[in-house]
Design a protein around this ligand. Structure first.
Ligand code: SAM
Length: 325
């Protein structure tokens, strides 16, 4: 329970800060300064921390990065985490480019849910955003995920940027209609490495919804209180769309999340200015009880809300890929 009475049930675990894409809204073309190998938590260290968290009531674990699939042997980590008592929901967020090869071993290891990031279905625009010519491989990765019925739902996440994403909306909405994918639009947040985010760059979920409804009426579906997304189904029953609106409709009051960076820092908000080191105590022989006390202390200080829309907002101390989005 945090200091504001919110129950913490979900952890996003970053397994690497490295990525094989260079999305413009996330990372500079030349990449960032990567963590050294020994700074990364090992799979054993990660699974120990997840065990400690699960024993405290965290039941949802999402693996992320950087690009989690570039971490060598990731299925082995999934194998360690899937049986942890209390972990009810183990999922992965990926850019999908290595998924055609890894979907099967991941499912075999116990992965049951996946989110694939995809901002456009146009080859040219895909290369423009990610600085990689890899759309076909991402689509192949999605198709491979689809071949595994254990892996559901498949969510496709699209970061919405004003002046860009409007043109992508019809094709992405159609993707949600013709494929078993829940397509979700996520508002652009001030987490880009080069700090170029401006409020005017945000294409809100409300604006996208209006664009979709010009063609296909939507009906809202109730979502879990802690859900980050507002869910809608097409009125004709053809599929599901979601909107994650952290800027225009902040959902901090029901936030149940904490994050663990690849170098073992606990963050209680995407926009935290402060991190709580778990790596050093972990490596210096702290007991499970001592680690739990550190987590409890950090969680007690969880931020009430992000302040993106307030005067004097100070961006987070690290970019999305370094935190683990
Ligand atoms: N590489 C994986 C992927 O592509 O899903 C996992 C990490 S990535 C940082 C997680 C998500 O954060 C992606 O969907 C990405 O598009 C999104 N993201 C990155 N920078 C963002 C920003 N400034 N605002 C909103 N979402 C962002």
């Amino acid at each position: 329970m945090d200091g504001w009475g919110r129950e913490i049930r979900s952890v996003r675990v970053s397994v690497t800060d490295r990525c094989n894409f260079r999305c413009r809204y996330c990372m500079p073309a030349e990449g960032l300064e990567w963590l050294e190998r020994d700074e990364l938590l090992s799979f054993e260290e990660l699974s120990r921390l997840v065990r400690v968290l699960a024993a405290m009531g965290v039941d949802e674990v999402r693996l992320t990065g950087g690009e989690p699939l570039v971490r060598r042997d990731l299925p082995r980590l999934v194998e360690l985490l899937a049986p942890v008592p209390g972990v009810r929901d183990l999922s992965l967020t990926t850019n999908g480019v290595l998924l055609d090869r890894l979907a099967e071993p991941l499912v075999r290891a116990g992965l049951r849910r996946i989110n694939v990031s995809l901002d456009t279905l146009s080859h040219v625009r895909f290369a423009e955003i990610t600085r990689r010519d890899a759309l076909d491989r991402v689509l192949a990765g999605l198709a491979e995920a689809e071949r595994h019925p254990e892996l559901r739902p498949i969510k496709v996440n699209c970061v919405a940027i004003k002046g860009f994403t409007e043109d992508e909306v019809p094709a992405l909405a159609e993707l949600a209609r013709r494929k078993p994918y829940v397509v979700r639009f996520i508002e652009f947040m001030p987490l880009d490495a080069d700090g170029s985010w401006r409020g005017d760059d945000v294409l809100t979920g409300g604006e996208i919804r209006a664009l979709i409804e010009e063609r296909w009426p939507l009906v809202e579906v109730p979502a879990k209180p802690s859900s980050t997304a507002r869910r809608f189904r097409f009125a004709d029953g053809a599929g599901e769309i979601g909107f994650v609106n952290p800027v225009s409709e902040p959902f901090c009051s029901t936030c149940d999340r904490i994050r663990l960076t690849a170098d073992g820092q606990l963050r209680t908000c995407l926009f935290s200015r402060r991190e709580w080191d778990l790596k050093e105590p972990l490596r210096n022989g702290a007991s499970d009880g001592e680690l739990a006390d550190l987590v409890r202390f950090a969680v007690r200080h969880k931020e009430l809300k992000h302040k993106i829309n307030e005067a004097g907002f100070v961006p987070a101390s690290r970019s999305m890929s370094q935190i683990g989005g």
